[in-house]
Design a protein around this ligand. Structure first.
Ligand code: FMN
Length: 206
């Protein structure tokens, strides 16, 4: 696949086969994430600020991880109710009722879950940097013929102290988290054309 094909064929894969992709492929995806841009000023005095954790769906930490995601999602629902979101966005809240008030088993949808921790700083750029890391990894997975999808439940975890303890991150620093589910797609992927959201919107000022 050339670069344009990788970009156009990248897609969210949510149903995976049970086969575990070999660790070398997962490490190639992690390496693509490591090389994603970082906030230069924020990380100026740090050499190590981006950490990867590859979690098998069979790992013993998967259950407590899912519990933290479930707790985070309920807190998001509570905050949304308090903000009157149900009146303003009834459709969105209905979807969240279905997705957020149940088991976080979507964390174990694929054989491997790659969790990324990006150390926070001022100005706050860690979440944006995670977006770059995620995209690099997603495109690399596409190139390798693997399926991937964000598992943003991990980004929704509010009890970061408990999550850091679970991952074995010992320092007191603040981190932002995100995660990518990776595996072989269970079904052949549709070939994608350019006709998809968002609609084209481009304004030139010359
Ligand atoms: C920031 C972000 C978070 C996302 N979180 C999830 C997620 O938690 N679960 C999921 O299945 N898909 C998630 N997605 C995938 C989007 O739903 C998907 O990218 C979008 O519907 C477009 O489809 P495509 O990726 O197949 O082009 C996320 C995408 C982005 C950019």
């Amino acid at each position: 696949m050339n670069f344009d094909e990788i970009i156009s064929q990248r897609q969210s894969v949510r149903v995976f086969s049970d086969e575990f992709p070999p660790k070398e492929l997962i490490e190639a995806i992690v390496e693509a994430g490591r090389l994603a841009p970082y906030a230069g000023i924020v990380q100026r005095e740090r050499e190590s600020f981006r950490h990867f954790f590859v979690i098998s769906r069979n790992s013993e930490i998967m259950t407590p991880l899912m519990a933290l995601v479930e707790k985070g999602r309920l807190e998001i629902m509570d905050a949304a109710e308090k903000d009157n979101m149900r009146r303003r966005y009834p459709g969105m809240m209905k979807v969240l009722d279905m997705l957020y008030k149940k088991s976080a088993d979507d964390m174990a949808a694929s054989p491997w879950l790659i969790v990324i921790a990006e150390q926070a700083g001022i100005p706050q750029r860690e979440q944006v940097c995670l977006g770059h890391v995620m995209e690099n990894m997603w495109l690399k997975a596409t190139e390798l013929g693997l399926g991937a999808k964000p598992s943003s439940g991990v980004a929704d975890i509010k009890d970061k102290a408990a999550f850091k303890a679970l991952l074995g991150i010992e320092d007191e620093e603040d981190y932002a988290f995100d995660a990518l589910s990776v595996g072989y797609p269970k079904f052949p992927l549709p070939i994608r054309d350019e006709n998809r959201k968002p609609e084209k919107s481009l304004v030139w000022f010359e």
